[in-house]
Design a protein around this ligand. Structure first.
Ligand code: PMP
Length: 292
C-alpha cells in the first residue's frame, strides 16, 4: 500500500511529496526530528516525543508554527491515513531560504511527517544478540553541538556508522574525546554489572532516549538497581550484560564488543526480562490513533 506523506498540513502521495532544494534542512541539516512508533493502533510515548521535538527546536531557535496539540493531531492523523504504518518520522526544518546559512532568511519552517514500516534489526539479532565495535569518531562535544538536540545534523553519527560498516558490524559505540562511553550511532547503550543497570549520563553528550528512560523505569519497577554513571571501554568489555535501546530498535542485546565476548555470547537474564517487560508495555500503552 502506498503511503501518504504530510507536508505543511497536506497529504501527498510518495512521488508527489517534494520540498524545495532551498530548504535549509537539506542545505545545512538545519532542523530537528523525531522517530515515533505505534503498536496496535496506539502511539507509544507520543507526549514525550512531542516535548523533545519542541525542546530541540527551542534549543536551535526554530519556531514551530503549530501548538503541541496541533502537532499531536498531525501525527495521529498521519497514522490514521497510513493504517499499515508502525513508524513515523516527524521532521521540522528551518524552511526555505537562500544559499546563505542565516536562518533569518527562512520565514517559515517545513513540517514533514513520513509514515512507514520499520525493521531495524532482523528477528535473529533479538534472540542471538549483536556484535558491535567502538568507533574512533568521537561523539560531538556538548559545547559544540549538544547531542540532546535531535537535529538533522547526523554526520557525526554517520561517520561512526561508516566505521561500523567497514568492520561488518551493525552498530558502533561512540566515546567522548577523553574515552568515556556515550551511546551508539542511533541507539542508547546500557551495561549490567554486579546486578546493577548502568547507562552513561546525558551530560556527557548523548541523546536522552525515550526508550532509555522507559527501560530505566521498567528496571526500577522490576527491583533492578539503575544508575547513570560514566564508564569506559574496559567496563564494556568486562560487563555482565549489554544492550542497546531506541524507538525503532526497542531493546536489542549485545553479545560481543570489539571482539570481547559478553556473557559467554548469550543474551543476559536482565536483558531478557527487560525485553519482555518492554514488549508488554508497548502492547498495552499509548495514545489511541483516534484519540483526538
Ligand atoms: N541516540 C541516538 C543518536 C538516536 O538517534 C536515537 C534514536 N534513534 C536514540 C539514541 C534512541 O532514542 P529514542 O529511544 O528516543 O528513540
Amino acid at each position: 500500500m502506498s503511503s501518504k506523506i504530510y507536508i505543511n498540513g497536506k497529504f501527498f502521495p510518495k512521488d508527489k511529496a517534494v520540498i524545495s532544494v532551498f530548504d535549509h534542512g537539506l542545505l545545512y541539516g538545519d532542523g530537528v526530528f523525531e522517530g515515533i512508533r505505534s503498536y496496535n493502533g496506539r502511539v507509544f510515548k507520543l507526549d514525550e516525543h512531542i516535548d523533545r521535538l519542541y525542546e530541540s527546536a527551542k534549543a536551535i531557535m526554530l519556531e514551530i508554527p503549530l501548538t503541541k496539540r496541533q502537532m499531536k493531531e498531525a501525527v495521529l492523523s498521519t497514522f490514521r491515513i497510513n493504517k499499515f504504518a508502525a513508524y513515523i518520522r516527524l521532521v521540522v526544518t528551518r524552511g526555505t531560504g537562500d544559499l546563505g546559512l542565516d536562518p533569518r532568511k527562512c520565514p517559515k519552517s517545513t513540517i514533514i511527517i513520513i509514515a512507514d514500516k520499520i525493521v531495524l534489526y532482523s528477528k535473529d539479532y533479538y534472540e542471538k544478540g549483536l556484535k558491535i565495535v567502538t568507533a574512533t569518531t568521537c561523539r560531538n562535544i556538548p559545547e559544540a553541538l549538544n547531542s540532546k538536540i535531535k537535529s538533522l545534523n547526523y554526520l557525526n553519527n554517520i561517520l561512526a556508522k561508516i566505521e561500523a560498516n567497514n568492520y561488518g558490524a551493525l552498530e558502533a559505540i561512540m566515546l567522548t574525546y577523553d574515552g568515556y562511553v556515550t551511546e551508539c550511532t542511533g541507539d542508547n547503550i546500557f551495561i549490567v554489572k554486579d546486578n546493577c543497570l548502568i547507562t552513561p549520563p546525558s551530560y556527557l553528550g548523548l541523546l536522552e532516549g525515550i526508550t532509555r528512560k522507559t527501560v530505566m523505569d521498567l528496571a526500577i519497577a522490576s527491583d533492578i538497581s539503575v544508575k547513570e554513571a560514566v564508564f569506559t571501554r574496559y567496563d564494556l568489555y568486562t560487563a555482565d550484560e549489554c544492550f542497546l535501546t531506541g524507538t525503532a530498535a526497542e531493546i536489542v542485546p549485545v553479545v560481543e564488543i570489539d571482539g570481547r565476548v559478553i556473557n559467554d555470547g548469550k543474551v543476559g537474564d536482565k536483558t531478557a526480562l527487560l525485553m519482555k517487560k518492554y514488549r508488554e508495555l508497548t502492547a498495552n500503552e499509548g495514545t489511541p490513533i483516534y484519540a483526538m
